[in-house]
Design a protein. Structure first.
Length: 128
């Protein structure tokens, strides 16, 4: 929060960026699953960052958790800490009415899906 104030902004962000990463794990201990899209056996980290690229929340699920199913748990976990954060940008993995319906039950979140170019290969920063 202090970093925002040093930038001349309010202490908390009004928007955030939601993303996830599947990571391989060993067979010993902890939750794990298979992410068919990434062909990874392990866990999935769902992260939300504020407008200054500072992490606001993190949640770990098994890798077989769909993106739009993991997002509500993460947003629910930060709703009392980040009262001003009401708008979320996300990629196509979070698209769909199911996510929007679940988020309305938690709080009045708005989700804006940023589409990836059909020509893109590999990692690409998506712009609004």
């Amino acid at each position: 929060m202090e970093a925002s104030e040093l930038e001349g902004r309010k202490a908390s962000s009004t928007a955030g960026v939601l993303d996830r990463q599947s990571v391989k794990t060993t067979e010993s201990g902890g939750i794990r699953g298979y992410d068919a899209g990434k062909k990874t056996q392990g866990r999935k980290r769902h992260v939300i960052v504020g407008t200054l690229d500072l992490m606001v929340g993190l949640m770990v699920h098994s890798a077989d958790t769909r993106d739009r199913d993991g997002a509500p748990d993460l947003l629910k976990s930060i709703r009392h800490r980040c009262l001003r954060l009401m708008h979320v940008f996300a990629d196509g993995g979070y698209a769909g009415d199911k996510l929007k319906r679940r988020l309305k039950k938690i709080r009045r979140w708005t989700v804006e899906i940023i589409k990836r170019s059909d020509k893109a290969k590999g990692f690409e920063v998506l712009t609004h």
